[in-house]
Design a protein around this ligand. Structure first.
Ligand SMILES: [Ca+2]
Length: 176
């Protein structure tokens, strides 16, 4: 196939769900995080982050749904990324999931049935139940990079971070 016919990744959705903590126990709070990088920025310095407390300045990456407990049906957190609308300065986006550590150290092994999925339309790009990173407190899931022609490529990057709190994770997730 000619490379000029290659259609890159344009709009993706990241969904995350988990079961609530047992009755009477502190809630389990997981967060989807997206970090964006420009071509001139080092990989430990995201240009901006999108998560429950932070929006993208141009509205191209949106946390559509958030949860602090995992209660309810369907996806607990949902993020959409309109990569094709991202400014041309942006060449890389890394998406991950981090467990809040408010009540002591929590790893994916402590969370009941966590599941993340990255979709483009109805096509699943990647998915994980975090079993391979069960000892981690955070994990990257997906990396999107823009090539010279402006096309976005996708790469699954399931990598656990063993002792990262949310702040440390956002500083380290660009290293994948
Ligand atoms: Ca959350």
């Amino acid at each position: 196939m000619s490379s000029s016919l290659k259609r890159g990744v344009e709009k993706v959705e990241v969904t995350l769900k988990w079961d609530p903590s047992p009755l009477g126990r502190p809630p389990h709070d997981l967060d989807i995080v997206a970090a964006t990088y420009t071509s001139d920025a080092p990989s430990d310095r995201p240009t901006y982050l999108v998560h429950f407390d932070s929006r993208s300045p141009d509205g191209t990456i949106i946390l559509e749904r958030e949860s602090r407990t995992g209660q309810g049906f369907g996806s607990d957190e949902v993020m959409t990324l309109e990569l094709d609308r991202l400014g041309s300065d942006y060449v890389r986006v890394v998406v991950g999931v981090v467990i809040q550590q408010r009540e002591g150290r929590r790893t994916f092994a402590d969370i009941s049935r966590p599941a993340v999925q990255v979709l483009e339309g109805l096509v699943e790009l990647t998915a994980s139940d975090f079993a391979d990173v069960s000892g981690a407190t955070a994990a990257t899931i997906a990396e999107f990079t823009r090539d010279e022609s402006g096309t976005w490529d996708f790469r699954p990057v399931l990598r656990g971070f063993d002792d990262a709190d949310p702040q440390e994770f956002t500083e380290q997730m660009g290293s994948v």
